[in-house]
Each structure stands twice: as structure tokens, then as C-alpha cells.
Design a protein around this ligand. Sequence first.
Ligand SMILES: Nc1ncnc2c1ncn2[C@@H]1O[C@H](COP(=O)(O)OP(=O)(O)O)[C@@H](O)[C@H]1O
Ligand SMILES: [Mg+2]
Length: 402
Amino acid sequence: MPKESSAPGQARILIVEDDPVNIELMKAQLGSEGYVIESVLDGEEALRRLSQTKPDLVLLDIMLPKKSGFEVCKLIKSNAEIRNTPVIMVTALNDMESRVKGIAVGADDFLTRPMDKSQLLARVKSMLRIKQLNDELTSETLASRESSEKLERQQRVLKSMSTQLMQASHLKYEFIVNMSHALRTPLNVIIGFSEMLQDELVGKLNDKQLKYVNNVHESGRELQQLITNIVDVFKIDTGKVPLETTEFSLKDSIVTAAEAMKAAVQEKKMDISVRVAPEASRICADPQKLAVILENLLSNAVKFSPRGSTVQVQAERVGDSIRLCVRDSGPGLSEVDCKRVFTEFYKVSHPEGSPSGGSGLGLAISKKLVLMHGGEIWAESKRGEGSAFIFTLPQRQKRAQW
Ligand SMILES: Nc1ncnc2c1ncn2[C@@H]1O[C@H](COP(=O)(O)OP(=O)(O)O)[C@@H](O)[C@H]1O
Ligand SMILES: [Mg+2]
């Protein structure tokens, strides 16, 4: 940014000269340009004035009382505060020795006596211009140094915050893993013994007893699923589940996932139809993760579909991706629910009589797994008209991202 004090008309010039006649002459020559001119009669006063008023330029005579012009120039150039002030030394014509000495002590330019007005003005102007550029550069350097220091400080703060966050998330992860282990043991006891009771291994149960023990067993299984889901969410979020891709048959994966629903499908006298387009028959993805996604979508579809209906699974190729769709004829979802169902712990309030229960994590996990593959997932539905859950996966994984 240009410094105003260096602009013609406002620049301040210090004349260091012991001869008042010469001072008046220079003042007269420079005055027409509107510079602010100060003068001092000896070297020591010159240094004092320089430190106090910080002029933009010094016109320095050599023969001075108390300190010579050379000494004054040397002291100016060795003082960090004022060394950028240009010094024009005034020497006698043809005085080569003084010029050489002047260069040695750091003078920026020279003027000779008798002084020619146009030469004086030209030198002063060019020195002031150089000073102005120098000031601009210095302030830019200072500003960039300041901003880079600020940036470094911010980076340090960010780094320590991210370390703290990582430690906190690691502690949280450890807590979740330990808690899940601790919960699983008593839960296995609950599930195991309730199964023994269900199977009437310890004696016959009446209807009420069977109903209650079935409730205990079902809740135990739900809790088991919830624990597994919570651990899965944390593992995925903390990047502890790598994507392990391989090429495999998509149809086989869908059929395997559908078979896992067999009990519920048979119980509700339902059907799962699978249609895979030939160009979508093979996929390069993480087979375990695809299985989790499919099982989540299929279990929801089967759970919410009416008895005797058919759940449709379709796979086709769209561009470089495979597009999979799981369609059911259940209660459907509102526009808002279509967006929110992928949020952790979100549960839709369906009309009375629709199945309830569950933790609201299955779709959230499915979404995370789809995103890991570089795909997308969404729901298309209307209340009362069934739902379609659709996701895409790139047919070939470019590189492992996790
Ligand atoms: N096919 C579907 N039809 C109707 N509602 C669904 C369907 N799939 C999911 N939902 C609703 O979305 C909510 C979240 O589903 P999900 O994340 O799978 O939960 P959960 O893990 O409990 O099965 C469920 O509570 C359910 O109400
Ligand atoms: Mg579910």
C-alpha cells in the first residue's frame, strides 16, 4: 500500500547542512514541489531528528560539525529503525575520494555542488520513489509474515484439537467395544436359556408361559442386533472397517441375502423375486458389506410387506454403475421420511398394525457402506403405496478409499 508520506507534496526531507545559505538555497529549489522540509546544522542533531521525525529522505553534507556526513551516514545505515531512509550525499564536483567513501558508508546517491535545480529535483524524486516502493515491499512482507504466523498458530491449534478429538474418539470406540463385550455375555445367557425353555427341554410350557418366553427371546435378539449395529456404526465412523473389494456374481449375493430371510418369508407366505440384467451380473465391490446392505433392505421390505406379497429385487447397469432396487408393497413413506430414514436411530411412525421395534440403525449403516463404495442410496415412496429402496455402486472400484 503506498505510503502517503512519500507522495510528492507531502514527503518530508531533512537537510543536514551547516551553511544556512546553502540550506536556504536548497529549500528554495525544493519548495516549489511542496515537500515538507526540515533542516539541522550538525551530525548529532541530524541523528536525533531522524529517530524522532523519521523523514522520507536525507540530504547530507559531508563537512559537518560534531559528526562528519560519513559518520552520520554509517550510523543511519547501521540502525534498523532508520536504515531504509535514503541518503543523498552532497559532495564537491570531481571529489572522487568522497564518493568512494560515501559508497562505502552506504550512501544511496550523490549530488554535487554547485547544485543544479533540475538535477536536485530529479534525484530527490527518484529516491523518494525508491523509498516508497521499499516501504510497500516491507509492509507487504510484514503482512505476509504476520498472516503466515497466524496461519501457523491456527494450524497448531487445529493439530492439537484434532489430536484431542482422535484421543476422545479412540476412548469412545474402546468404551463401545468393551461395553458390547460386557453386554453380550449376559445376553447370550438370556437368549440361550430362553431357547431351552422355548424348546421345552426343561418341561412343557402352557400357552402363556410360551408367549412370555417368546417375548424374552425376541427382545434378547433385538438387543443383540442393536449392540452389533452400534459397534458397526462406530467401526465405520472411525475408519476401522477397510473396503475389501473383489469381483463376484451379483445374482449369487442377492440370492444368498434373500435366503437369509427364508424363515420370515415362509412365515408370511411371501416371495422374493430377483431380476439381474446380464450386464450387471458381475460386480467389483466388498461382498461382506454388500451382504449387509442387501440384508438390511430385504429385512425391512419383508418386515413391512403384507402377507402373501412379493418383494422385488432388480439390478441393472446404468453408466459405470450398478443400480439395485428393493421394492415392497408395505405402508410406504412420506417425502420427509424418505429423506430421514437414513439418519441414525430414526424410526418412522407407521399406521397402527404395522410392525414396530428395531433400533433405526440398519439404513444408517447401509448408507455408510454404500458411500464407502462411492455409491448413492435413496428411497422412493408414497404413503400407502409401498417403498423402493435404491442404491448404486460403481461396477468397478477405482481404488480402495478406506
Ligand atoms: N421398506 C420399508 N417400509 C416402510 N418403512 C420402512 C422400510 N424400511 C425402513 N422403514 C422405516 O425406517 C426406519 C429405519 O429403518 P432401519 O434403519 O432399517 O431400522 P432398523 O435397524 O430398526 O431396522 C424403520 O423404523 C422403519 O419404520
Ligand atoms: Mg431395518
